[in-house]
Design a protein around this ligand. Sequence first.
Ligand code: ADP
Ligand code: ZN
Length: 736
Amino acid sequence: MNIARIITNLSLDKSFDYSIPSNLVNRISIGSMVKVPFGKSSRKGFVIDLPQKSDYPDLKEIDSIIGNKPMISSPLVELGKWMADYYCCTKEQAIIALLPAAVRGRLIKEKTRKIVRVKNEAEIPIILQSLNKKASKQADVLRFLLKNKEYPLSKLVKEHKISYPAIRTMEAKNYILISDETQARDPFANDRIIPTSPLNLNTEQSNAFNKVVHSINSEKKDVILLFGVTGSGKTEIYLQGIAECLKLNLESIVLVPEIALTPQTTERFRSRFGDQVSVLHSHLSAGERFDEWNKINNGQVKIVVGARSALFAPFRNLGLIIVDEEHETSYKQGNIPRYHARDVAVMRGKLENITVILGTATPSVESFYNAKKGKYNLLTLSQRIENQQLPEMNIVDLTVENAEKERYQIFSRRLITEIRDALENGEQVMLFLNRRGYATQLQCLKCDFVAECSDCTMNFTYHKSRSQLICHLCGSVTKAPEKCPGCGDKRIRFSGLGTEKIEASIKGKFPYARSLRMDSDTMTKKDSYRQALTSFRAGEIDILIGTQMIAKGLHFPNVTVVGIIFADQSLNLTDFRAGERAFQLLVQVAGRSGRGDLPGRVIVQTYTPCHPILMSAIDQDYELFFEKELESRMQLKLPPIEHLLLLSFKGENDDEVRTYATYCFELLKSKIPKHINCSPVLPSPILKKRGLYTYQILMCTEKIMVLSKYIKQFFYSIKSPKKITVTIDVDPYSLL
Ligand code: ADP
Ligand code: ZN
């Protein structure tokens, strides 16, 4: 008998066996999407195995198959199963994550989207006059179409809140035409690209490239950690590695952090490989995403550049997976399955026998540790291209600076001088502070009242331009008070710097300079990020002020001065990775300057000039940083020495949550293997978030798979109270 093992949504990690009817035998394989009878109804599911025999007699038959081709390749199904075990989620949760939502639901059919346009432009003004007042929606739509020429029907209906019958009436009256769109949507339709050819590699690049080629061509594939300082030409190696794969008719995946999916990055791939590249970013519509996925699945493109989930691109002849900026924490997914794209990339590489390149200027402690242990192959690029100098790093001690002045100043004299010089020479400046808003605290000087969010354990941030207080955790907004809400006194103090304040001060100090603030408050429109970068690049802006948005992977030849306004900010966080992040951030930000012909200078303002992390960052000495960091992680058995698993219990009632967490803790403690270290129940460092209280249990072990399996079984076997949510995070990146 032919048997298929199937998971459906809501099958709670279980799989079910079905028999394959003879007419489907040749069409069903692992990864096929099928419809099966389930209880009294039917359900969609995926074939995850084709076992020889089943433990169950009397199997029901599969109803039908969906799509002509398996939706998921068989190695990807394996990857999904591994993710379910490793990250403690159900198989269906992991398998579903392999497909974009639009594909999963088959919401949109290929190439049959309806497009609306006006029938006869010249007649519209007359029609508009004749439409009676009640038909104002129809008039709106006509005016809109006149401007936009053509528009997808579904979007039109949604955005203009007009009904389908009304649209059909307009069609019947010959105002508009509705037709099937015949072309696949092309998100790049309006971009012009200038083709590039491979550059002659320098010696270091050649060495690295040869190793990449060797791995691609050999039986045993490597995971390569490409450790190259900013501007050392890593991307050129990626490009030539991909070209090598194309020669062999192999496909490539390039993962970049979402924030780095700028036109600047994607253009480099599209300029070299043109239409063979598909770019997946979060601004694609569901339809565009669906089309791109189909192009990949049908073999129309050979290269995918995208954020996290692009890792699951349905290629069947992969030759190379590249994870750029592998240290970026945004590779960790925040909801189920809580996977880390870098680690899953390495696993996909292993399952499909593919070369994986992890590229970075500041390796994660985990990856560097793996390289040191020989698990990864370490390749180093120590020089910037054409020997451009790394920028000169200067520390300004704010304690000394402020002692000599009457009152606290945001900008040190050194930084002011550097900015002035740069502006006078027509050069550009970037100022970095990883905190948005105007002031991070509002305090009453009389009664000590501090404005806090009522739903979170968190101070409100003051946003001056909107005169609002905003909670950066839950987003709740209130009007900024003019006097203390506690005692009514007018002496309220705003303290703690944010980017908005920096911008205001810069405008005060350099009124003639053109400055722009880039943070999630100002970059609210779909295109604002792109536009801002384009005008900065074009020299229309002199000073760019921003949060981490401006720190990553950008290349601006005319930037000579980078100011880090308050370096201590990132050092003082409670997270055990705070030091690592601070180091990465400082090096990355510094890497923004001096990327052209002009030498760069970085001014780091701090109260702790002798902080070891700062010292190693100033010298751009990664090895020194790594040794120190590893030493402290060893003492505490923190990653990469052992793996962490974080259990979080959340609910509205503080006592209930704590009690339930304690109950689980006692149960776990009595059963758990000895080699697993388990913390007691602890309140989360931010106890209350969005009105929910969080308690945690942190576990660590060398054998994470054993622990994961155990925890997964444990939480599937007990029924948690409805009012409490339990989340399991394996290799967590946030302990808050
Ligand atoms: P990274 O990715 O390591 O930060 P990039 O790949 O962006 O570095 O390289 C920095 C700059 O040097 C880019 O403008 C790139 O085009 C250029 N470049 C890279 N390799 C070479 C080379 N071999 N010869 C000349 N220019 C190069
Ligand atoms: Zn809040």
